[in-house]
Design a protein around this ligand. Structure first.
Ligand SMILES: NC(=O)c1ccc[n+]([C@@H]2O[C@H](COP(=O)([O-])OP(=O)(O)OC[C@H]3O[C@@H](n4cnc5c(N)ncnc54)[C@H](OP(=O)(O)O)[C@@H]3O)[C@@H](O)[C@H]2O)c1
Length: 285
């Protein structure tokens, strides 16, 4: 079998289950050196061993980081930069929904911390190595859940009338705003960035979420897309020659699609970027 990703190094967050696991496995099958970034050592190692066993690819490494914690992100990015000469593809995939409002150890609302700041800070910290590995790609797993909402810059931490689903929707809109602004900043760099909706997929997603969301996933599970199919667009954007040079787009089922009208607000792109920079802990800059 042809190995189109031989000699490519791919870093992927949330590779221990669901869409991230299937993405990591498929890219491993294509010959990539896969750098799995997971928060739980046991789940991560079980996933790593499964991928090695099922693909025969031994170049699968596990790094640990809780993406809600900035110190973990700085540490894992530092370790990656030290260990690998190049990163050809970064897949920002780790994400979750929460049933009640919590703050991360950095004092950031947890959905925003994991789903947006996790993508933002890891990308920021790996950008230099990605730029030195061109042509390189960044893939951000977003969601159709972004539709119908806007960011509330006056209440990004969800202090008033917290709603777990709304916090999730906004974090997924943030993934798209971040993709578009990053694309603007990366023009001419040889690094592309795209985002995607994977479908409504039967994974562990929603189990810890608001009651209505976990109930929906429980009842609808038999009718949902399988994790393998749900990973198809992530795999496509990470590996297909068809999207070489394509950047700043939102994909569904491996096709570029329009995202919501709110997501094309350039002022929001820039403002989110600035706010995200400001939320990075001072001592780490
Ligand atoms: N499932 C869907 O219908 C759907 C639809 C649209 C978009 N998405 C997006 O798809 C992405 C993957 O979700 P999934 O459906 O595959 O769900 P999943 O099975 O729950 O997988 C989520 C992955 O993210 C990891 N993760 C969660 N919180 C983390 C943290 N604080 N630090 C590090 N890793 C963390 C999980 O690690 P553990 O194994 O340790 O929990 C797991 O590996 C998410 O960004 C989600 O928003 C999913």
């Amino acid at each position: 079998m042809a190995k189109p990703m031989l000699d490519k190094t791919v870093a992927i967050t949330g590779a221990s289950s669901g869409i991230g696991f299937e993405t990591a496995k498929a890219l491993a099958k294509m010959g990539a050196h896969v750098v799995m970034i997971c928060r739980n050592a046991q789940r991560g190692e079980t996933a790593r061993e499964t991928i090695v066993r099922e693909t025969g690819n031994e170049h699968i490494d596990l790094h640990l980081a809780d993406m809600s914690r900035q110190r973990d992100i700085f540490r894992v990015a530092g370790a990656i930069k030290k260990q690998y000469d190049k990163i050809d593809v970064l897949v920002n995939n780790a994400g979750a929904i929460f049933g009640r409002r919590e703050l991360s150890e950095d004092g950031i609302e947890i959905t925003f911390a994991v789903n947006h700041m996790g993508y933002f800070l890891l990308t920021r910290e790996l950008l230099e190595v990605l730029k030195a590995s061109t042509p390189a790609r960044i893939v951000n797993v977003a969601s159709q859940a972004h539709r119908g909402v806007d960011l509330d810059f006056d209440d990004l931490m969800g202090e008033t009338n917290y709603d777990g689903w709304l916090a999730y929707q906004r974090s997924k809109l943030a993934n798209i705003l971040f993709t578009y602004e990053l694309d603007r900043r990366l023009q001419g760099s040889g690094v592309t960035v795209n985002c995607l909706h994977p479908g409504v997929v039967s994974t562990n997603f929603g189990r810890q979420g608001p009651a209505t969301v976990s109930l929906f996933f429980k009842v609808a599970r038999p009718f949902l897309t399988s994790p393998r199919k749900g990973a198809a667009t992530s795999i496509y954007l990470a590996s297909s020659p068809e999207v070489e040079g394509v950047s700043g787009r939102y994909f569904i089922k491996q096709r570029p699609r329009e995202s919501s009208p709110e997501s094309y607000n350039k002022t929001a792109w820039e403002r989110l970027w600035q706010v995200s920079e400001d939320l990075i802990r001072d001592q780490e800059r």
